[in-house]
Design a protein around this ligand. Structure first.
Ligand code: SF4
Ligand code: SF4
Length: 289
């Protein structure tokens, strides 16, 4: 159920060894290499001092690595951690807003470790532009975070985007972001890349809209969604926002389960997480970064 149709046996095999995409792969480890500092959008729940909440746990700051240092970090952890089968770039900003650094890191890891799954997460603004190149680079797994498929709701979540050299705000920003996310997913549909859509569910803002998002992305070939609860962060518009309860989050996931497979085991990891899910070696990592 985690696999979309038409994937090559290579991507299928790598998916089976990816602990986020396959909960049975709990003995496999992943590493997030924090090489992507910048972001090209401004989510109203994000405090730029911290890691991107679209994929990572907010309220922590990951140490930045150069691509070369990222390779050395992978080399180090490949010795320390059993079954390191996934390399991901999940910030601390957006993987595609730092395309040159992301590309260089992927090239270095791919060259030395061709058997490793290469996983990126993005807000999707630049997805239509880079989709083809991502496949050529050898990306096997991609997460796009989509928090609204209606710009009127998107406007409540996104403050602005920086696109084609311009800062765009309000509904127009939410509309361009949405159009690009959907166009990007449509391009990926025919590609040999396993996709996941993350959704940050915000009480009273988009929690009643999540099912619409899931329906829309399903129509674009997505077979797997990860619905997460907003974690309010200090210094943002949502800092005092009430969180969804565990029960409310579970109910939303359940209501979407008939549409596509739901992820129930996401740990909202740091952008520099390493190890098996839930057994991170973060503190050791910081010593060598
Ligand atoms: Fe922050 Fe991530 Fe949103 Fe960028 S995409 S503003 S880093 S939460
Ligand atoms: Fe996997 Fe969730 Fe952690 Fe991302 S944040 S690596 S999807 S468990």
């Amino acid at each position: 159920p985690y696999l979309k149709s038409g994937l090559s046996s290579e991507v299928q095999q790598k998916t089976l060894k990816h602990p986020c995409y396959n909960k049975e792969a709990h003995d496999n480890a992943r590493i997030h290499l924090p090489v992507a500092p910048k972001c090209n959008i401004k989510c109203k729940f994000c405090n730029r001092k911290f890691d991107c909440q679209n994929e990572s746990r907010p309220g922590v700051t990951s140490n930045l690595l150069t691509p070369q240092k990222a390779l050395e970090t992978f080399d180090y952890y490949n010795e320390q951690v059993d079954n390191l089968t996934v390399m991901g770039i999940a910030g601390p900003g957006d993987a595609l807003a730092n395309f040159n650094k992301t590309k260089k890191t992927v090239e270095l890891i791919k060259e030395k470790y061709p058997e490793v799954a290469i996983c990126l997460s993005t807000n999707g603004l630049m997805l239509p532009i880079y989709a083809k190149e991502l496949k050529e680079l050898g990306i096997t797994h991609l997460t796009v975070t989509i928090n609204a498929v209606d710009p009127d709701i998107g406007e409540k979540i996104y403050d602005s985007i920086y696109y084609n050299g311009k800062l765009i705000t309000g509904r127009n920003a939410a509309k361009i972001l949405l159009d690009n996310q959907l166009e990007g997913l449509a391009k990926l549909k025919e590609m040999d890349i396993m996709c996941k859509v993350n959704i940050v569910a915000i009480k009273g803002v988009n929690d009643g809209h999540v099912k619409e998002i899931v329906k829309k992305v399903k129509s674009l070939g997505v077979t797997f969604t990860n619905i997460m609860s907003l974690i309010p962060v200090a210094g943002t518009e949502f800092e005092n926002h009430e969180k969804l309860t565990e029960g409310e989050l579970k109910a939303i996931r359940k209501s979407c389960e008939k549409l596509v497979t739901q992820m129930y085991h996401c740990r909202q990891c740091r952008a520099d997480a390493v190890g098996k899910l839930g057994e991170d070696k973060d503190s050791e990592k910081r010593k060598i970064s």
